[in-house]
Design a protein around this ligand. Structure first.
Ligand code: ATP
Ligand code: MG
Length: 561
């Protein structure tokens, strides 16, 4: 491709509405443009990468026996009503003004619809059906570019089996295929969640990458691979050790002390002597939650412990509930349910609020002074804490989901009546799995992980072009001739070349070449050409060396090996 004729509107400046690095670089390199919030157009050079990623996915899906479909994005609403997912998706689903239709946010219903009509006998299974197709979701906060679009490309696959063992096999196949896909795409990823093994109904794994654009927070151990969403993550951390002797309880005036840090400073004590109080409302009743020192409550964990939704009590409710405002609340004399984090188990000689503004209580013995106290784990793990599986440490960071594999079981076949007859002629619901990958997300995450201050660094597999050919002074006929010959020869060999044949300065060309990030740059300049040589630069390492023009093709083939 000749850059003079190719539509690649590169930008020198960072667009000011873009905050995430992949978004910035995709805009700057002319790969995408925003049409409206969360809606992106792929321009020619960006679309080449989309196609390459799709091809990798296609090859690996075909390798596990997947059959490619292409389902409509425009769906009759009534099919979605069979599974009650119009309600479940709520505002995320796009409805047309013509109320009979919706835009599909995923395709379980449509695949199940087809299976219901044709997969009737045990002999018809197993099946793996997939597609690479556009999905529509009215994401409330579309930011971070194509990472969270309102229209995006997903590879979605569905498996149909006659038994749970069969589902386990289909799931395993997808797990392996996903690892191959992400490995081939050069992504550093990790896997969260574990399958529940044989006979398991609802195993699920998420393939994640570390990214500042991520909306999930995960705890990860580089050493053993332990990875868990902070909503379920555990860590190896000491509990409070019970002192041999319990002091008597005493009240102490603590004017203007509201936080754990202020309390520690005021009383000259360590935060591990403090029990922090938080009041939550569960089923319209207040519950006092106690945390050690500055530990934070994880509300999702708390909801799991309680078995329902909670909300923090409003500041103006606190006094009526406990007798004090935030900062002076505590367990002694609190009437109502009290649950402490496991780290506080049987602690003594602790400080906490007195349920009286500007007073705290010391010498609290959890066993002696707090009747009916319960214990559970609902603290938020933080970076640096011990890994629960090995002797190394956890790192906690935002991450983004690249892909998801999921044992659906009979959820859709039950609600939609997709039944098959077994060898004995008995009817059963088909056992299903579903498996998704965000194609544009793979692209954005690759860029998140492979760039430098100058631009993108493509690996040869995903690169829009393998070679970026730069002719420096195109007023010189010998430079033009050499470039043309190299360009034509490489194209003939099936090696994609982006040829910068524009009448712009050398500096401009170098900057664009680094921004666009093709793996190999070939520079044809006057001085080297006099010696029958050109300069080759490896984008990733910045390494440069001279190659004789006659040797160039072989050298390139060697480098692309
Ligand atoms: P997230 O938690 O990030 O919203 P999800 O759980 O909604 O993801 P799935 O419904 O499992 O995602 O969809 C499968 C895959 O599709 C995801 O793993 C992700 O790669 C991609 N995906 C989901 N939503 C979007 C989106 N709004 N824009 C781009 N890709 C998306
Ligand atoms: Mg989502």
């Amino acid at each position: 491709m000749r850059l003079s004729k190719y539509f690649v509107p590169t930008l020198k400046e960072v667009p000011n509405d873009a905050l995430v690095i992949s978004h910035i670089l995709m805009l700057r390199s002319g790969m995408v443009r925003m049409l409206s919030a969360g809606i992106y157009s792929f321009l020619p050079i960006g679309y080449r990468v989309v196609k390459k990623i799709s091809e990798v996915i296609r090859e690996e899906m075909d390798a596990i026996g997947g059959q490619e479909f292409h389902l409509p994005a425009l769906n009759p609403r009534e099919i979605w009503e069979e599974t009650k997912r119009v309600e479940a998706f709520g505002d995320t689903m796009f409805h047309l003004k013509n109320r009979e239709y919706v835009l599909a946010p995923t395709h379980e219903e449509i695949m199940t619809f087809h299976a219901r009509n044709v997969v009737k006998s045990y002999k018809d299974m197993p099946q793996i059906w997939y597609q690479i197709q556009t999905k529509f979701r009215n994401e409330p906060r579309p930011r971070s570019g194509v990472i969270r679009g309102r229209q995006f490309l997903m590879k979605d696959a569905y498996s149909f089996d006659t038994s749970w063992e069969g589902l386990d096999k289909s799931y395993e196949l997808h797990d392996k295929a996903y690892r191959k896909i992400f490995d081939r795409c050069g992504l550093k990823y990790f896997v969260v969640g574990a399958s529940s093994g044989a006979m398991g109904g609802t195993g699920s794994e998420e393939f994640m990458v570390k990214s500042s654009a991520g909306e999930d927070t995960v705890a990860y151990c580089e050493s053993c691979g332990y990875a868990a969403n902070v909503e379920v993550a555990e860590s190896r951390i000491d509990s409070v050790e019970r002192d041999a002797e319990s002091k008597n309880i005493f009240e102490i005036s603590t004017p203007n002390v509201h936080s754990i840090d202020e309390l520690c400073e005021f009383l000259k004590i360590d935060e591990t002597r403090c029990a922090k109080s938080r009041i939550y409302i569960f089923n319209d009743k207040p519950i006092l939650i106690l945390m050690l020192g500055n530990d934070e409550v994880n509300e999702t964990k708390l909801e799991k412990v309680l078995g329902g939704a909670v909300r923090p009590a409003h500041p103006e409710e606190l006094k009526a509930i406990s007798g004090a405002d935030a900062g002076s609340i505590g367990p002694v004399g609190f009437s109502g349910r009290i649950i402490a984090d496991n780290r506080l188990k049987d602690a003594n000689n602790m400080f906490s609020g007195a349920n009286k503004n500007d007073f705290h209580i010391g010498g609290i013995d959890f066993k002696r002074d707090i009747a009916n106290i319960e214990y559970a784990d609902f603290r938020t793990v933080i970076s640096g804490e011990g890994c629960p599986r090995c002797d190394k440490h956890l790192e906690v960071f935002p991450a983004i989901e690249l892909g998801h594999i999921f044992k659906l079981g009979t959820k859709y076949s039950d609600s939609m009546g997709a039944l098959f007859t077994d060898e004995k002629g008995e009817e059963h619901p088909i056992i299903m799995g579903s498996y998704g990958i965000g194609v544009e997300r793979v692209m954005a995450c690759y860029i998140e992980q492979n760039h430098d201050a100058k631009g993108i660094i493509w690996d040869k597999l995903l690169a829009p072009f393998k070679i970026h050919l730069l002719g420096l002074n195109l007023k010189k006929q010998d430079i033009v001739d050499t470039c043309e010959k190299i360009y034509n020869d490489l194209n003939r060999q099936g090696i994609d070349v982006l040829y910068d044949d524009r009448e712009v300065t050398a500096g401009f060309k170098f900057n664009d070449a680094d921004l666009l990030g093709m793996p190999i740059q070939v520079v044809i300049g006057e001085k080297k050409l006099k010696e029958n040589k050109c300069e080759v630069k490896i984008r990733k390492t910045g390494e440069r060396f001279d190659v004789a023009i006659g040797e160039l093709q072989n050298k390139i083939k060697e480098l692309l090996q």
